[in-house]
Design a protein around this ligand. Structure first.
Ligand code: NOJ
Length: 768
């Protein structure tokens, strides 16, 4: 669980949201130049963007309404120091002070990022990050920030994502200042940036009017293991902190930008790999870079999967076709929030903040005037749930800043990406709170209690059946239902079962691979927190090519006592198919237990048993103590208590592997009801029922069974502890998923509305 004082925040940056106006005194920065050069997608610019500099009051009020506790925002260096050093723009100081005070008035704690990429153009003209003087320039800026804001703000972050501004700005040139410099220069820039960070930490503390907290916000693609095997975990960890990136992408390295800051040294592997490009690195530099910090920020968006290859060396695992991704084409990999956070924390051991995380979606205003962004909500839920797990496993994470509050200027992509939880119409500046923001409000309110990790998501559980070979079985489970059966004596399909003799496995979705009995144990809320100690029902399809033995089942009391705590077996049958003149054995003709024992001993079967004629679509309830037998040629869907206890009275003297199957004569005599109730009215037809309604066939102490003939559409609220459904004819949809004859599924408690359509026949049941 998250700490009580967990900081639930949102993040943004100055250039992405502020905008500018004539006479605001703001100096030009490298992104203005980049924009003027026409380097932004679709010719966009950030001159107005969210107009936050004029609308911050309403934006902070919105944060208050949404319960947001903290705001990580950045200050524009060139707004404060228009020439980068020297003259301070008092209008900027006044603006930022008012912003901070306003934020605090709304209960939102400020976290200032000093540098989020908008380098002053005046200093760029003097060589920018490549000029070693940048260390002093940045230190001077830090002094101004500390002197002007430390009385009203306690938390400061020096650099945002040095990997990006060093690499994208100076190696690939996709970001401002759009340079493609030789490796040597880029390493110099990186080293200068780290030294500038160090000197800024010193000055922030030195010129602050009180003790403050200082951190740093690098980023990284996180490695995560393909499995929990120690060798895969090691492969992921090794790669995360290793040097696998090609040279033209080297700046995405994690250890190069983290180890010097948090551990006081560049990693050996990098020093070797990059030797020919490195500037002189002195002990003094390392002392400067590794100034003690109060916390470690990490911007985390996604990761990649690793495993140990055959030779034990790390191997990348390809993403499968159709891998989930965001609108920006970034993979959705919540695992990086568990493993990445753990790996980073275990290596650097500083209190940690997720300083950015979120996703870009193609959000539009819907016809109802709202902005529905379920993909973002799912994304955030999965990621923050994984974060909780990392916290539970020991990572000291103090806060989470969602990127971002308002849709804003996404750098070289202009306004083509929407990362906000609040929609902005850039023509009118109208803000609309997206669904994900309301959801995040609940996360904050409940300190994460509403996350799926704590509230198991409701999904329909599609199950893979278990098949049983029987001496009387056939192959119709294949020919009529299309199942892959193990042989042509397959008598039983255990379609919905959590019994140890055949535990069905969830086929797909987030619970894929779990058995039904595991689901029952681990997620009781999905089954309405039922009082049963095990999943109470078992659904089978029976294909009787030959006669089944004549048998009887015990009730709960007898089975509990004599069968190791098993449930008894009350069951009912729906006849899926049968020959013209079919019959079932139901009941017997003995008047007393003595007569019963006598007739069994003498094998007077034809005198003893009663047969009832049946036809397709008939339904019959078989209570414990009822002598019964399914005859050859019948296919049946059986709903029963979750029990595998059958007492065989007579097996037609058949042999399996040369031996007769075991009979249970004494137990049978014990449990058979004498005299048997009349079987006359026991069979009823369940054909020709009204369409598109759940038609109740039986309700007994253990279950209720319905039949649904669907021809069109039906919507209903799932109000039972769980609802089992089996498609026995046709095909259609349930909640948008295709289903067809032979599919079986459990609709969990709390699923809400279920929408079905198609032409199909279903059997449904729930436990009492
Ligand atoms: C990280 C950057 O810090 C931020 O400015 C950017 O908008 C987000 N990633 C999304 O790309």
């Amino acid at each position: 669980m998250f700490r009580e004082d967990f900081v639930w925040g949102v993040a943004s940056s100055a250039y992405q949201v502020e905008g500018r106006e004539e006479g605001d005194g703001c100096g030009k920065n490298i992104w203005d130049t980049f924009t003027e050069e026409g380097r932004i997608q679709d010719g966009h610019n950030s001159y107005v963007t969210c107009d936050h500099m004029h609308r911050y009051k309403e934006d902070y009020a919105l944060m208050r309404m949404l319960g947001i506790k903290a705001y990580r925002f950045s200050m524009s260096w060139a707004r404060i120091l228009p020439e980068g050093t020297g003259r301070v723009n008092e209008k900027a100081i006044a603006l930022y002070r008012d912003m901070i005070l306003e934020m605090k008035k709304n209960g939102v704690e400020p976290y200032i990022t000093m540098y989020h990429w908008e380098f002053p153009q005046a200093l760029q003209d003097k060589g920018g990050w490549l000029n070693e003087e940048v260390i002093d320039w940045f230190a001077e800026y830090a002094k101004v920030v500390a002197e002007n804001f430390s009385d009203i703000c306690e938390n400061f972050i020096t650099l945002n994502e040095p990997q990006c501004f060093v690499g994208l700005g100076h190696l690939s040139g996709v970001h401002a200042p759009g340079m493609k410099l030789p490796y040597k220069d880029v390493f110099q820039i990186a080293h200068n940036a780290l030294r500038a960070h160090g000197k800024a930490v010193i000055n922030l503390r030195k010129y602050a009017c009180r003790p403050i907290k200082v951190g740093y916000a690098p980023t990284c693609g996180m490695a995560y293991p393909a499995s929990n095997k120690p060798e895969d975990i090691e492969a992921a960890r090794k790669t995360l902190f290793g040097f696998h990136q090609p040279m033209d992408n080297w700046t995405w390295n994690v250890a190069w930008f983290n180890d010097p800051v948090f551990l006081g040294k560049y990693p050996e592997e990098g020093l070797k790999k990059f030797a020919e490009y490195l500037p002189e690195i002195t002990e003094e530099d390392m002392n400067l870079i590794s100034q003690p910090l109060d916390f470690m920020g990490q911007n985390i968006y996604n990761g990649y999967m690793m495993k140990a290859g055959a030779d034990g060396e790390p191997e990348f695992v390809d993403r499968y076709a159709g891998f989930p991704k965001t609108a920006a084409n970034w993979p959705v990999t919540p695992e990086c929030f568990y493993w990445g956070v753990r790996f980073i924390y275990e290596r650097y051991k500083l209190p940690m903040f997720i300083t950015e995380n979120g996703m870009s979606c193609h959000d539009n205003v819907a016809l109802d005037g709202k902005v529905h962004d379920p993909d973002r909500q799912n994304f955030l839920d999965l990621y923050i749930s994984a974060l909780q797990k990392a916290v539970d496993d020991g990572a000291d994470v103090r806060g989470y800043f969602l990127w971002t509050f308002l849709d804003n200027f996404e750098w070289d992509k202009g306004y083509t990406e929407r990362f906000g939880i609040v929609h902005v119409d850039f023509r009118t500046q109208k803000r609309i709170v997206k669904d994900s923001a309301y959801w995040y409000q609940k996360v904050i309110e409940s300190n994460g209690a509403n996350l799926s990790i704590n509230q198991k998501p409701r999904q329909i559980l599609f199950l893979d059946p278990v098949f049983k070979q029987m001496i009387w079985g056939g192959n119709q489970l294949e020919t009529k239902f299309g199942y892959q059966i193990p042989g042509d004596k397959t008598g039983e399909c255990w379609a919905v079962s959590a019994h140890p003799n055949g535990d069905c496995v969830v086929r797909e979705g987030i619970y894929a691979g779990k058995t039904l009995s595991e689901m029952w144990k681990e997620y009781p809320e999905l089954f309405g927190n039922s009082a049963y100690d095990r999943f109470p029902l078992l659904i089978k399809i029976i294909d009787a090519k030959d006669d089944l033995s004549i048998q009887v089942h015990p009730d709960d009391a007898y089975a509990g006592e004599h069968e190791n705590g098993s449930f008894g077996k009350t069951e009912c049958w729906y006849i899926l198919d049968c020959p013209e003149d079919a019959a079932l054995v139901v009941g017997h003709n003995a008047g007393s237990k003595e007569e019963l024992a006598d007739m069994i001993a003498q094998g007077k079967w034809s005198e003893l048993i009663r047969e009832v004629p049946v036809k397709k679509g008939d339904f019959i309830q078989i209570n414990p103590g009822t002598v019964h037998a399914i005859k050859g040629g019948l296919m049946i869907l059986e709903t029963q208590q979750n029990s595998d206890i059958t007492y065989r009275v007579y097996d037609y003297d058949r042999l399996t592997d040369g031996k007769p199957r075991q009979l249970h004569v004494q137990q049978s005599i014990d449990v058979i009801t004498v005299p048997a109730p009349s079987a006359d009215d026991s069979v009823k037809s369940a054909l020709e029922l009204p369409k598109n309604v759940m038609h109740e066939l039986i309700s007994c102490d253990y279950y209720t069974v319905w039949k649904l003939d669907l021809d069109g559409a039906i919507s209903f609220e799932q109000t039972h502890p769980f609802l089992i459904m089996s498609v026995i004819e046709g095909e259609g949809l349930v909640n948008g998923q295709m289903i067809k004859k032979g599919d079986h599924f459990v609709i969990p408690s709390g699923m809400g509305q279920v929408d079905m359509q198609g032409e199909m026949v279903l059997m449904a049941s729930t436990a009492k």
